[in-house]
Design a protein around this ligand. Structure first.
Ligand code: NI
Length: 206
């Protein structure tokens, strides 16, 4: 029965392709941060380097911290700055809504906002800014060099853009979801729908 055989092969090929597409979605392989800019995951894949790693920064209470201080807790890490007009407020609002939807279990999730603008984002400025959002979010700053080390570890992107009245920062908009052992799990895209973002957060909470 050659026709039946072909139908069966076709069905299995379809299943395999759907599984691959599913894996690609979970890993965030397709993601692009801005117009034509390859995203951090793709860059990391090209260079075969893991996402995440060692950093030393200063938290919004003024205390020096390292990545090791957060070991044992799943983390949601993203890069931004307090003068950000849209991406950061949107991300902070969405993260607050997502953790609210998950409930008490999400208390284990350590949300870290690493500034890409240490020039303006002092610990005091970060503390003031985060009061308007989720007080559980920890803001991290440091010297330009310390921030660059963190950016490099996460394969994230930041660029100073001059404006008429000073400057703004262009930066990666994804949220990196890290497992409790500090290793990279997956990322949430900017404007990703809640359903998919919730599923991803639950993956690192397990
Ligand atoms: Ni931003």
């Amino acid at each position: 029965m050659p026709i039946l055989k072909w139908i069966r092969y076709g069905a299995w090929t379809g299943v395999a392709l759907m599984a691959l597409a599913g894996a690609a979605i979970v890993m965030g392989w397709w993601q692009v941060d801005g117009p034509g800019r390859p995203d951090a995951v793709r860059t990391a894949q090209q260079t075969m380097l893991p996402i995440g790693g060692a950093f030393t920064l200063v938290d919004h209470s003024g205390k020096t911290v390292t990545d090791a201080d957060y070991r044992g807790k799943p983390m949601a890490v993203f890069f931004g700055f307090t003068h950000c007009p849209e991406v950061c407020p949107t991300t902070l609002t969405q993260m607050a809504s997502l953790t609210r939807q998950i409930g008490a279990e999400a208390d284990r999730l350590q949300i870290l906002l690493i500034t890409v603008d240490p020039e303006r984002d002092t610990p005091e400025q970060l503390a003031l800014y985060l009061q308007s959002f989720d007080p559980k979010v920890v803001g991290l700053t440091g010297s330009q060099e310390q921030v660059e080390t963190a950016l490099k570890a996460y394969k994230a992107y930041a660029k100073k853009i001059p404006t008429d009245d000073g400057y703004t920062m262009d930066h990666s908009a994804s949220v990196y979801l890290m497992k409790a052992d500090g290793s990279f799990r997956t990322m949430i895209d900017y404007h990703e729908d809640d359903k998919s973002a919730l599923a991803k957060i639950r993956m690192v909470l397990d």
